[in-house]
Design a protein around this ligand. Structure first.
Ligand code: FMN
Length: 194
């Protein structure tokens, strides 16, 4: 197997791509598309988003100390891209994309009703890393769309057809290959014998 060596760069893919909603008091809410995001701690539940200081949303998130991460789906692909190429300085992205602000439980910023999962976040720390500043945040509450619950009360995100971002392109999730721990699970027959 022959490999090339590249200079340092961002090649950690695929990633989730999310729509982050934010709002400054007395102003209309805004949405910024973010791919530099992730979970960093289970307990307390913590996440991050990295945002360039020149983005309109940066100042809103910095001054309000709050934002909502809205998971994206195949159906929301166009809106996700649009919110990543147009600025809220000039337009109302909620209105333009036909999205509905959803009142949050724990933060002032609204979520996006059409998203299957809204993660309400409170900024704990800002790390000024370089091109992007990382907002490390505590999850204050999560809203999930009941229509993705299966018969046994389990939330089935795959039914929402989550959007995936890889090296500049959007994809839909593929075939299910297994569940957590399947690699060490004994085949059913063997389990019965014990
Ligand atoms: C797929 C995708 C991912 C993006 N990820 C980020 C990101 O992680 N951080 C960031 O600052 N900008 C990111 N952007 C760019 C912003 O979403 C874009 O500049 C947006 O227009 C900023 O909106 P605003 O000016 O209303 O804040 C991304 C754009 C796209 C299309």
């Amino acid at each position: 197997m022959e490999k090339e060596f590249w200079k340092p760069g961002n090649m950690l893919y695929p990633l989730p791509v999310v729509m982050v909603s934010c709002q400054e008091e007395g102003r209309r809410p805004n949405i910024i598309t973010v791919a530099w995001t992730g979970t960093v701690c289970t307990n307390p539940p913590m996440v991050y988003i990295s945002v360039r200081p020149e983005r309109y949303s940066y100042g809103i998130i910095r001054s309000s100390g709050e934002f909502v991460i809205n998971l994206t789906t195949k159906r929301l692909a166009r809106a996700t891209d649009f919110c990543g190429v147009r600025s809220g300085r000039e337009i109302d992205k909620f209105e333009k994309m036909g999205l509905t602000p959803l009142e949050s439980e724990t933060v002032s910023a609204p979520g996006i009703l059409e998203s299957p999962v809204n993660i309400e976040c409170k900024v704990a720390e800002v790390k000024e890393l370089g091109s992007h500043h990382m907002f490390l945040a505590q999850v204050a509450g999560v809203r999930v769309d009941k229509s993705y619950m299966d018969g046994s009360g389990r939330f089935d995100l795959s039914r929402a057809e989550p959007l995936i971002y890889s090296h500049g392109e959007y994809y839909e999730a593929g075939e299910r290959l297994g569940k957590f721990g399947y690699s060490i699970q004994k085949p059913k027959k063997e389990r019965k014998k014990r």
